[in-house]
Design a protein around this ligand. Sequence first.
Ligand SMILES: NC(=O)C1=CN([C@@H]2O[C@H](COP(=O)(O)OP(=O)(O)OC[C@H]3O[C@@H](n4cnc5c(N)ncnc54)[C@H](OP(=O)(O)O)[C@@H]3O)[C@@H](O)[C@H]2O)[C@@H](O)CC1
Ligand SMILES: Nc1ncnc2c1ncn2[C@@H]1O[C@H](COP(=O)(O)OP(=O)(O)O)[C@@H](O)[C@H]1O
Length: 606
Amino acid sequence: MLTQMPRFVGANRPSLPIALFDSQQVYAIEQDWFAQGYSSFALMQQAAWQMTQYIITLNPCYSSSINPKKPLTASKYQEVSRQPRACVWVGHGNNGGDGWLIAYYLQQVGWHVQVITVGINKSSNNVKDDDTSGDDASGFTSDALRAQRIALADHCVYQRFEDYCCSASEEAGKESDDFYCADDQRLLQADVYIDAIFGIGLTRAPTGVYKKAIKAVNHHAKQTGALVVAVDVPSGLVASTGQVYQRLAIQADVTLCLIARKFGLHTKDGMDYAGEVIDVPLIPYNSTTHETKPIATLLVDAQPLSPRRQNSYKGSYGHVLIIGGNRVDGSQGMGGAAILSTASAMATGAGKITVACHQAFHGALLTSMPDAMTLDLHDVEGVSQLIEEVSVIAIGMGLGRDTKSEKIFIRYLQAIMQHGKSIVIDADGLYHLAGLRKNSHELVAQLRDYSQKYLVCLTPHSGEAAMLLDKEVDSIESNRLLAIQQCADAYGGNWVLKGAGSLVLAQSNVYVSAVGNAGMASAGMGDVLSGVIAGLLAQRDLSAEQRSLQQAVLIHGLAGDMLVNQQSNDVDNNTGSQRHLLVGQRGLQAQDMPAAIRHVMQLMTI
Ligand SMILES: NC(=O)C1=CN([C@@H]2O[C@H](COP(=O)(O)OP(=O)(O)OC[C@H]3O[C@@H](n4cnc5c(N)ncnc54)[C@H](OP(=O)(O)O)[C@@H]3O)[C@@H](O)[C@H]2O)[C@@H](O)CC1
Ligand SMILES: Nc1ncnc2c1ncn2[C@@H]1O[C@H](COP(=O)(O)OP(=O)(O)O)[C@@H](O)[C@H]1O
């Protein structure tokens, strides 16, 4: 198996944005190509041939033989010089057709290959030579049939998973979903497992034999340490949404993505199952001339930042007002939320910061950040006046959900709109907004109108988005793209839907963040993000792109990645050599973020 690819900040990273598409769009691009007279089977052959080339180089034995940094040892040489082995799992659609042709090509170049068919009737095997008609009764497409026929004519060895699966169930004495039999002699102990069961055609949760086959591939690959390569999309993952039904999909090390990059590989579960994604483009695509436009853009790196002018002062970099950190009667309060936002806004380089939080937290705040100014959250007159002076306001982090908090939220939002200020709404601010919409409060419509002219950024996670849309969290999670669009329709403004592969909707464009990690799933990370957004927005010396919402999300994610990939310069006392200790995702704290954000800001400045 491949180890997780390290992520880097700056020059070494591939930095170009990548266009993302859903399954229907990929079908449309294919159809457009066929309408120009190109053959669908030729495309399948081309796809399989190109994927075969990748698989040959990805094969762990071959890779080590061509890696100049890893000279071959005698035992490794013997390993390399033996025949590589591939086990290709094929379904009945065109994805399976790709699999049959890959099996054929690998066998042609001397690999030992076994095909395992999943969900294919016995009658569909051994297809007659003259059978070039349309789709057959088993669901096989004509292209997949042709592919199968070519492989079988070359005496490709195949096994029906159902036969192998049935006997294993019999051995267990009962029908069970938990199929596997690690030492089954009929299954080739392969170097590479190739998953061609489902591609973009998956329409529902895999059940029965498909479910067992997916479990079996994952199990065998884990047992043997084989490399798992998914054809187009890991089977079980919905290419358009990134959803995996019941947490069951092929756990790929590498996904060879055909024709166009699928949206679902980069958000939600996609990131856990797709492994490294390699493009196999096949069809020329030009976004300016093609009718099919991408649904989103994958951003892998932040925009470089311009250096500051020597002749500048703190006023050149804006004034941020953080409104949050309340202490609702009897509770310990949420001062930390405002402190984290403030520290993060400062780390981006905002010129001045004032925090309107509960007085109980002023001492703590000033101890950790003597450079911030403070104001009592409940000093309605004072805060409203300050709103007029500042450049950006972030409101809601630890604001509280009681009626008193709701009142000040309404009051401050009105003041912000009265003075035409840029605003970031997060956490309890979103909670109040959802409540106001439920009660048909006029403020929601006013905010929507306001967002046509002024910058309004709203940053829910899925739970908050569910509240805002009055839906279940599952319904948000099953289609995050739709959810963020519905949020924008209902409230106006620019949005971040936070989580793995955070989505950003800004000026009607959708972006997916390729950075960030599961270590960031810890309390306070959202407060950090709202601080980064406000801090960047305040710095008017930066270009619109450099201080955009998507830029803030990327800087936040890059800082999180930097923390988990950093190496300490610890020295081993016995040997005197440097030990490289990786800081992992578990235990990453929001309070670690401001230092990393500062570092990312420095690395991004050209
Ligand atoms: N010539 C071309 O166009 C090229 C295509 N290419 C390749 O084709 C792939 C797309 O092929 P595809 O459209 O045949 O879909 P694919 O994913 O193979 O199979 C889906 C089949 O499974 C079924 N099904 C769905 N869900 C199910 C479930 N849970 N459990 C059971 N069955 C289920 C569904 O039928 P249904 O039952 O929904 O009617 C359908 O029959 C694409 O990813 C790429 O690899 C490339 O070669 C380039 C050239
Ligand atoms: N698995 C993950 N991958 C990438 N980013 C993540 C992941 N989990 C959380 N994050 C990021 O961390 C932040 C968490 O925000 P949020 O849930 O609002 O935290 P809190 O409410 O505790 O402040 C978001 O920006 C989110 O995108």
